[in-house]
Design a protein around this ligand. Structure first.
Ligand code: NI
Length: 178
């Protein structure tokens, strides 16, 4: 079921979400189905449970040929529960981000260039990966949501924050709200 996405200003987006304690449950499976439906309906590259008002440490992400990110490399569709991130170098990279909770805007955000992430799939099997580039960016963006952080809070140059259709007029007509 497609759910409403909370928008910036809703205090629920500022809260720290709770660890999932039980895996393989009908509740978790139904939450993930709703998250998947909601992300796909909006052409999102990722979604965190608190964005649909559920304060649990659950994120999904993945992207193959997303029209909103034509230059980004594919990221395998992943359902990640209780994620933990570790940076693998001090290097950061600037890149454009958007958010389904901040519709109509894009901003440049510095992120760690190389990370490792661990967590669990919905059945409690361990996931551990190392990644770079857009994959690393989307995981950092989504896990930030679990700590009540939206990407505008990480922008260092506010001149690189603005309306998507002003920044990228060539992309007009493509659904650009992430
Ligand atoms: Ni977001």
């Amino acid at each position: 079921m497609i759910r409403d996405v909370l928008r910036m200003g809703d205090p629920r987006l500022w809260e720290r979400s709770n660890e999932v304690m039980r895996f393989g449950t009908a509740e978790l499976s139904s939450l993930l189905a709703d998250m998947r439906d909601t992300m796909r309906a909006q052409n999102g590259a990722g979604l965190a449970a608190p964005q649909i008002g559920v304060p649990l440490r659950v994120v999904i992400f993945g992207m193959e040929d997303n029209p909103r990110y034509p230059d980004a490399e594919p990221v395998p569709y992943t359902e990640l529960v209780n994620p933990v991130l570790t940076r693998l170098s001090d290097e950061t990279e600037d890149g454009w981000e958007g958010c389904l909770s901040v519709p109509g805007f894009r901003g440049v955000v510095p992120r760690w260039a190389r990370i490792r992430y661990t967590g669990f799939d919905p059945d409690g099997r361990k996931i551990a990966r190392e990644c770079t580039g857009f994959h690393a960016r989307v995981v950092q963006h989504e896990t930030d949501h679990l700590d009540g952080i939206l990407y505008p809070m990480r922008i260092t140059d506010m001149r690189q924050f603005g309306f998507t259709d002003v920044l990228f007029p060539d992309m007009a007509g493509v659904d650009q709200d992430e």
